[in-house]
Write a protein that binds this ligand. Structure first.
Ligand code: GDP
Ligand code: IMO
Ligand code: MG
Length: 431
């Protein structure tokens, strides 16, 4: 397959980073196509942990090319920090390309993100990462955003900032933000970014097209966030500001819709969510605590505790439909070790009917309850017992775990292709 996409099916943090790093062994180029440093993708290589917010999760494999596509919003400070960090860890020789069309997050948009959240009442707060994601995508849609390519055109850069900075200061003042931004300082920062990032900035849509058609390269698209955080198809307004799924893969990478051959949806074996908004299967009991403790469910970007609950197949089926998923990847199955029984939500009980679909109406959702199927757990499993699983494959798994996975693929109508049972690369079964 020449182009494969890896997409989150839930509310993010499904383990996309780990699976991208794992799958990157079969790819030549790995592309981020949306989101920004609201994402936090963790990979573990030989016991060493790496967390990436903007760099694609292939950069520990120096032979791979990393692309930050046009759909990403880039905070240059964060990107340069990640590059420096990799350099210190001996992985500085980056084969990186940044789209000239990607929009930049500047300090005023970080301030605006926080100010907008502060003004909202507690029930309207989204619980954003405060990284400036929403305001930067808003600038893009308003058609006055600053793009990476603008850094390379000194006159245009100055002209755009002379418009943007006073406008943003007025907005900051109106929103009672604690600070203002200085035009000269912002311009100097951008000139510095131009010097340091300039060599990486190019037309990545053309680059990907030529790599695919002329050089036969294999491309892997690395999604950020998850389907339920999609600006159109998620739990709006408790979502992020980009299309995390569906057409976002194409619009954010510059690849055409017919060129994506395989779309893998990453499904955490239970559900987590960071920030505000509905989550019908959320647990406030010892099972939720088990998931949180054993799964180390704390945000990679903000450190906030993730809300935990049972697997919600209404959500997974929503993702199957919206993303034309061709396969599923089940992650963190090990976290369910030791639980006597496992509940899986297969519909939403609305009182007089059970719906199989995720509703538009969040009030209706708030009045619904999960319709659960109960499956038996597989008991406690020691580290030693799990050790041979990667090489032994499917047959080595306990029967009740196979039943749980079979239940997911039958209900989703899509085959499971990969099972992950630990954070390490080697704790992965390729089916
Ligand atoms: P992403 O945002 O989708 O890339 O996911 P994150 O990296 O934010 O969160 C997933 C967390 O789970 C990370 O700490 C991973 O190291 C870890 N992880 C990934 N797969 C597995 C797995 O199969 N089992 C366990 N126990 N941890 C995993
Ligand atoms: P990865 O790629 C989990 C959530 C935030 C908040 C909402 C909006 O690691 O899966 P934003 O800053 O984007 O405006 O916040 O979206 N959110 C994520 N939750 N994983 C992520 O990324 C997320 N990126 C944003 O917590 O609820
Ligand atoms: Mg994450």
């Amino acid at each position: 397959m020449s182009v494969t996409a890896i997409i989150g099916t839930q509310w993010g943090d499904e383990g996309k980073g780990k699976i991208t790093d794992y799958y990157a062994q079969r790819a030549d180029i790995v592309v981020r196509f949306q989101g920004g440093n609201n994402a936090g993708h963790t990979i573990v290589v030989d016991g060493t942990e790496f967390k990436f917010h903007l760099l694609p999760s292939c950069v520990v494999r120096p032979e791979k090319m990393a692309v930050i596509g046009n759909g990403v919003v880039i905070d240059p400070e964060v990107l340069l920090g990640e590059m420096e960090d990799l350099n210190k860890r001996g992985l500085g020789a980056l084969n990186l390309s940044i789209s000239d069309r990607a929009h930049l997050i500047l300090p005023h948009n970080r301030l605006l993100d926080g100010a907008e959240e502060n003004l909202k009442s507690s029930e309207n707060k989204i619980g954003t990462t405060k990284k400036g994601i929403g305001p930067t995508y808003a600038d893009k849609i308003n058609r006055y955003g600053l793009r990476a390519g603008d850094l390379l055109k000194p006159d245009l850069l100055k002209e755009k900032l002379e418009f943007l900075v006073p406008l943003k200061n007025r907005m900051l003042q109106a929103l009672e933000a604690p600070g203002q931004v200085d035009l000269t300082e912002t311009l100097e920062r951008c000139q510095d970014y131009a010097r340091r990032l300039g060599p990486y900035i190019k037309d990545t849509s053309v680059l990907l097209h030529e790599a695919r058609t002329k050089e036969g390269k294999k491309i892997l698209l690395e999604g950020a966030q998850g389907t339920m955080l999609d600006i159109d198809h998620g739990t709006y307004p408790f979502v992020t500001s980009s299309n995390t799924c569906g057409g976002g893969m194409c619009s954010g990478s510059g690849l055409g819709p017919k060129h994506i051959d395989e779309i893998l949806g990453v499904v955490k074996a239970y559900t987590t969510r960071v920030g505000e908004g509905p989550m019908l299967t959320e647990l406030d009991d010892e099972v939720g605590e088990h998931m949180s403790n054993i799964g180390h469910e704390f945000g990679t970007t903000t450190g906030r505790p993730r809300r935990c609950g049972w697997l919600d197949m209404v959500v997974v089926r929503h993702a199957v439909r919206l993303n034309s998923l061709t396969g599923l990847v089940i992650t963190k199955i090990d976290v369910l070790n030791g639980l006597d029984e496992l509940k899986v939500c297969v519909g939403y009980n609305l009182g007089d009917e059970i719906s199989k679909y995720f509703p538009y109406d969040l009030d209706l959702l708030g009045r619904s309850s999960p319709d659960y199927v109960i499956l038996p757990g597989w008991g406690t499993i020691s580290e030693e017992e799990m050790q041979g699983w990667a090489s032994k494959g499917w047959d080595a798994l306990p029967e009740n775990m196979r039943n749980y996975i079979n239940f997911i693929q039958n209900d989703a109508g899509v085959p499971v292709k990969i099972i992950s049972y630990g954070p390490g690369r080697d704790q992965t079964i390729f089916l």
